[in-house]
Design a protein around this ligand. Structure first.
Ligand SMILES: NC(=O)C1=CN([C@@H]2O[C@H](COP(=O)(O)OP(=O)(O)OC[C@H]3O[C@@H](n4cnc5c(N)ncnc54)[C@H](O)[C@@H]3O)[C@@H](O)[C@H]2O)C=CC1
Ligand SMILES: O=C(O)C(=O)COP(=O)(O)O
Length: 532
């Protein structure tokens, strides 16, 4: 496996990668050079500069993993990566302390005019009254986005005796309580805060979320910090608000358009830099020895794990599963993939709805990843290599399939059961249900029949007349092709005189054998099927 690293990550990360894969560290590549060579690589590792956009991903024909040595993934086209079944991993925890501490550093800087005073000193200006600042003590701090970094800032600045309020519509009240932060609306935050800091990711929704309209609502003299992403606070609106004096000062670690770091940037210009009370740092939030050691080694581990096909860890485009929960869910993943795989092997009609119902103990777990395996199983016979668990949900949606998931704690007989109800476009429903015993998986209901079989790679599904001698006929045909039966399950349907027979065999059943079976009078329909 070959991995390209396009931005500086720590040596410990590179050393780790070298133990498992071929690594090319190519810093400062021009965009065109990267586009030309990307198809040589199975994985790419970047920080915030390399734009892993649609064009690059599409050129990376062999890409399986995109690793982000850091937190924000807005430089990666997640949609295209997901559609292509490429795993995107990041290191969301490794640099959050660094980012929180930098935020606080910036806040103190603009409270006390430290950068300006330092510059003044360098130029022989010791006039203290020019740099009189304000204290954080007793002031109201408004945090937009109370996630990992926002909450670190909250707890640290509470000890400065700040009154901390926050706006974050996506988290439960318990998170505000946990950090001793008052939950407010965005308008309340704007109206009440003496200091505002923003810690949301950059998304379509958050880009420009603090604009002209919002800056009209702030307390006069507010100080604002942005150590998240450039443009979350509209730069033109901020410029005007600082110029007018509504905003007393701003500190930005990030800009909407950032020059390429570590290169000369003669053309770089941003009007905000002309304002004496705006302080800018060159995206330094994650630049500490500790944070870079953390994210370097973490990204290396994540990429190696993902390349080896293990689907847990910080996978951005998969549900969050920890290694121990992943191991516990593994048999259910196999079970659901196998149950799903049966549908298109024994039906032709396109699907309109897939219902996945988790009953019993399994219902208490986060089963999102199990559902992805069910969808992958269902779509695999139709899409072959074009579907993976990364893109299964998108592919299902593209095919017009509605996916419904349900959980019911109550259960009889089994400790856990997963039920798969697949409704086709003509309105008929095929139902499968299965359970696990330790690592073993069993399908216990199939198309209205109570059964009990292990889905394996070589199986025969037979609908036959429920008459004596059919088992012998099937045995004879298979033996003519040198195929051994390893187990057999028969489930008669008393009402119509037919039976469903599931036969597990020791090798693949060729077309000729299936044709021979279908020619038997007692057999209504025989199909060779696979569990995956
Ligand atoms: N300057 C730097 O070097 C660094 C910058 N960052 C940036 O910081 C961002 C935040 O990082 P984390 O705290 O780890 O992310 P996180 O995902 O833990 O927290 C983000 C929070 O923002 C909230 N949020 C999302 N949309 C919102 C909206 N419209 N209004 C209010 N809240 C909203 C979410 O509910 C979540 O609680 C990253 O996405 C990255 O862009 C991260 C590390 C270093
Ligand atoms: O981790 C993040 O989101 C950052 O913004 C840090 O970016 P960097 O890796 O220092 O280019």
């Amino acid at each position: 496996m070959k991995v390209i690293v396009t931005e500086r990550i720590s040596e410990n990360g590179i050393e780790y990668l070298k133990k498992y894969v071929d690594v090319d560290v190519k810093l400062g590549l021009e965009r065109k050079e990267l586009l030309d060579i990307i198809d040589n690589y199975d994985a790419i590792i970047v920080r915030s500069v390399t734009k892993v956009d649609k064009e690059l991903i599409e050129k990376g024909k062999n890409l399986k993993v995109i690793g982000r040595a850091g937190n924000g993934v807005d430089n990666i086209d997640l949609n295209t990566a997901t559609k292509k079944g490429i795993i995107v991993v990041n290191t969301p925890e490794g640099n959050i302390i660094a980012a929180a501490e930098h935020t606080i550093g910036l806040m103190l800087s603009i409270a006390r005019n430290i950068p300006q005073a330092y510059n003044g000193c360098k130029n022989g200006d010791f006039k203290r009254n020019r740099y009189k600042g304000v204290e954080l003590n007793g002031k109201t701090l408004g945090i937009i986005g109370l996630g990992r970094i926002g909450s670190l800032v909250a707890t640290r600045l509470s000890s400065f005796n700040m009154n901390v309020i926050a706006y974050d519509p996506y988290i439960p009240d318990s998170r505000f309580e946990k950090f001793g932060v008052q939950k407010v609306t965005l308008d309340e935050l704007l109206e009440q805060s003496d200091f505002i800091t923003i810690h949301t990711p950059k998304t379509e929704e958050t880009l420009g979320m603090i604009g002209e309209k919002e800056l009209k609502k702030v307390k006069k003299g507010v100080r604002i910090v942005n150590c998240a992403r450039g443009g979350l606070i509209n730069e033109e609106a901020l410029y005007n608000a600082v110029k007018e004096g509504t905003v007393a000062a701003a500190a930005l670690d990030v800009l909407l358009i950032e020059p390429v770091y570590d290169k000369e940037n003669k053309d770089f210009h941003n009007p905000l830099l002309e304002l004496p009370n705006v302080v800018v740092t060159p995206h330094l939030g994650a630049s500490t020895v500790e944070a870079q050691n953390n994210v370097g080694i973490e990204v290396a581990r994540e990429v190696v794990t993902a390349l080896s096909g293990k689907l847990y860890g910080n996978i951005v485009n998969l549900p969050d599963v920890k290694a121990d929960e992943f191991n516990m869910l593994k048999p259910y993943m196999r079970l659901c993939e196998a149950m799903g795989a049966l549908y298109y092997q024994i039906n032709e009609t396109p699907i309109s709805t897939v219902e996945i119902i988790y009953r019993g103990k399994i219902s208490k777990h986060n089963t999102d990843i199990v559902s992805l395996y069910a969808l992958k199983g269902i779509l695999k016979p139709a899409l072959k290599e074009g579907v993976s668990i990364i893109n299964a949900r998108i592919r299902a949606k593209e095919m017009g399939i509605e996916v419904i998931e349900g959980k019911v704690e109550e259960i009889n007989h089994y400790s856990s059961l997963v039920i798969l109800k697949i409704t086709d476009t003509k309105g008929s429903m095929s139902q499968f249900a299965g359970t696990t015993y330790g690592d073993e998986i069993r399908i216990v209901e199939c198309l209205g029949h109570k059964v009990n079989f292990e889905p394996t790679d070589y199986m025969l599904f037979v609908r036959n007349k429920d008459v004596p001698g059919v088992i012998g006929h099937i045995g004879n045909v298979l033996s003519e092709f040198g195929i051994n039966i390893s187990s057999m399950h028969v489930s008669p349907n008393k009402s119509d005189g037919t039976a469903l027979m599931i036969v597990n065999t020791d090798k693949e059943i060729p077309h000729e054998a299936v044709d021979a079976l279908n020619n038997l009078n007692s057999i209504l329909r025989a199909r060779a099927v696979k569990a995956s």
